[in-house]
Design a protein around this ligand. Structure first.
Ligand SMILES: NC(=O)c1ccc[n+]([C@@H]2O[C@H](COP(=O)([O-])OP(=O)(O)OC[C@H]3O[C@@H](n4cnc5c(N)ncnc54)[C@H](OP(=O)(O)O)[C@@H]3O)[C@@H](O)[C@H]2O)c1
Length: 294
């Protein structure tokens, strides 16, 4: 991206990770919560949303996760308004493959012409000539489902060859779909639901780490339903920390290829989460926390 040549911060908890040739801080920011209720429409507090984005970058975050479907077209435009022209160190990661209906649903939009349109809308809304990373969002809100991704992923691979996309990833994907994608084009990341309480991807995370591919858990704090567990509360109380801090610190420790994109619409929570993710967990804490997951 354009203007500044500021180096990515290594001061944030977790240091940095390479998404292909792009260096990002492992502590990133998820922009979904900046849209209106139900991720539809504009935020209640427009200036507050801009302030959160600016604070994220001021604090050294160089990875912002977004999607054209958020709003729809709301969070991308907020990101542009708050931060354009983007610092050279900032990398904006987006998703295509779903759109929004009048009821706030997320119907699939994975036909090649829908994907091309979505990529062009992302470029326009973000004010970019090329998108740093684009994830193909598969399945639906119920989680990953088996099935070939060849047609949509080949369409994105073609857009990458044309120079509109630098790197590809997949989201809501099974291990088989990850493998199928990699036969079509290189991927730099997988974005799936994962947190202390939802650990179905444990094997996938380890396999991706061995291949140098990032795993980006969405809903790291539980999403719309905050993580709750007596073991989490017990560890947090013992460490005089919040459950959110423990959940984020646990993810950073879980594997070096895990990148954090916790969402918040609050500058205070953003700061709190960065500090919290720097918490040091002992082996005993981790053993106790590992009992939570399924
Ligand atoms: N690939 C996909 O299909 C997919 C699906 C969902 C999400 N995502 C991405 O993943 C990102 C993260 O998911 P998410 O934002 O939905 O869920 P999340 O990060 O697990 O949790 C966000 C929620 O936690 C609250 N929160 C954050 N920090 C807090 C703190 N310190 N104290 C109290 N509450 C706090 C936020 O409320 P406040 O606003 O009040 O802080 C918000 O309601 C999204 O922003 C999006 O970019 C991707």
């Amino acid at each position: 991206m354009s203007t500044s040549s500021a180096a990515p911060s290594t001061a944030l908890p977790g240091g940095t990770w390479a998404l292909g040739d792009l260096t990002v801080t492992r502590f990133g920011y998820g922009a979904m919560q900046l849209a209106g209720p139900g991720v539809m429409g504009p935020p209640a507090d427009h200036d507050g949303a801009l302030a959160v984005l600016r604070e994220a970058v001021d604090l050294g975050i160089t990875h912002i996760d977004t999607a054209g479907a958020y709003g729809p077209r709301v969070t991308n435009r907020l990101i542009r308004e708050a931060l354009h022209p983007f610092p050279a160190s900032l990398h904006i990661v987006t998703k295509v493959g779903a759109e929004r209906d009048g009821q706030g649903g997320w119907p699939p939009a994975r036909r090649p012409e829908q994907l091309r349109r979505a990529v062009h809308e992302n470029l326009e809304d973000l004010g970019l000539d090329a998108l740093d990373v684009v994830h193909l969002r598969l399945s639906d809100a119920q989680g990953p489902r088996p099935g070939s991704l060849a047609e949509p992923f080949e369409a994105l691979a073609e857009l990458r060859r044309q120079g509109l996309i630098r790197h590809l990833g997949v989201s809501n994907a099974t291990a088989e779909q990850v493998a199928e994608a990699r036969e079509i084009a290189p991927i730099v990341s997988v974005q799936n639901l994962y947190n202390l309480a939802h650990r179905h991807d444990d094997d996938l995370i380890d396999d991706l780490a061995a291949e140098g591919i990032a795993y980006v858990p969405f809903f790291p704090l539980g999403g719309f339903t905050p993580l709750q567990s007596s073991a989490l509360t017990a560890v947090a109380t013992r460490l005089d920390a919040t459950p959110m801090s423990v959940a984020l610190a646990w993810l950073l420790r879980r594997s070096p290829n895990i990148l954090l994109i916790p969402g918040t619409s609050s500058v205070a929570h953003l700061r709190e989460n960065i500090t919290g993710a720097g918490l040091t967990l002992s082996d005993e804490d981790v053993t106790e926390l590992d009992k939570i997951g399924t």
